[in-house]
Design a protein around this ligand. Structure first.
Ligand SMILES: CC(C)(COP(=O)(O)OP(=O)(O)OC[C@H]1O[C@@H](n2cnc3c(N)ncnc32)[C@H](O)[C@@H]1OP(=O)(O)O)[C@@H](O)C(=O)NCCC(=O)NCCS
Length: 175
């Protein structure tokens, strides 16, 4: 069981931006295919999170984090802003847990918290993609997300080599 509860951040401090950048750099170093190639500099990672912060402040995305004694150690985002004919949908993205706190159930807690947050925003359908057969894909399948299908050769791993991605969705009913 995770001993750390996720919370939603609306305004990010410099310290929080640095901690989020640390988490992203650690995940990329660890081989996660999450948009960036290795080596990812702290500066580039910070640039990414500053853009995220703008979207969070604008209410276009929700940012959830979990923290340990060293600061933010896990995060996930909900892309709330969608085309006008899909107001009921959000995308789940950038699920990242620092290697120092993996395998303690934090990602599972983040998924549950993101699903609660999505409901609070009136969302009834969530969509995401994950590296086929990866740690993330296993997590979502364990948590009841429905596998749609895979696209071969979709992206690169940060240290090279291509990976396929698998799409998932989850309907948020009354459960
Ligand atoms: C994917 C990722 C977010 C999972 O984070 P996590 O916090 O380790 O996830 P959880 O702890 O909820 O689950 C991971 C494993 O630990 C196990 N676990 C959970 N709590 C546990 C506990 N208390 N004791 C032992 N094992 C535990 C889970 O059953 C799961 O096992 P599995 O890998 O055999 O399926 C993390 O590996 C990560 O950040 N990877 C890099 C980025 C990435 O790939 N993100 C996904 C993008 S889609």
């Amino acid at each position: 069981m995770a001993d750390l509860a996720p919370r939603c951040l609306r305004v990010l401090t410099e310290a929080q931006l640095e901690q989020l950048a640390d988490v992203l750099v650690d995940c990329v170093e660890g081989g996660a295919s999450v948009s960036f190639m290795a080596p990812l500099t702290q500066e580039r990672a910070l640039e990414f999170w500053r853009e995220v912060a703008v979207g969070v402040a604008a209410g276009e995305r929700a940012l959830l984090v979990v923290e340990d004694e060293q600061g933010i150690c896990g995060t996930v985002q909900l892309m709330l802003s969608q085309p006008e004919n899909q107001p009921h949908r959000a995308d789940l993205a950038k699920m990242l847990v620092h290697r120092r706190t993996r395998r303690r159930g934090l990602a599972a807690e983040l998924v549950r918290a993101a699903e609660r947050t999505a409901r609070e925003h009136g969302k009834t359908l969530l969509v995401l993609d994950a590296v086929t057969g990866g740690d993330g894909a296993r997590l979502y399948e364990r948590m009841g997300w429905v596998r749609v299908g895979s696209i071969p050769g979709y992206a690169l791993f940060p240290h090279g080599g291509s990976c396929s991605t698998t799409y998932y969705y989850r309907e948020l009913g009354a459960d």
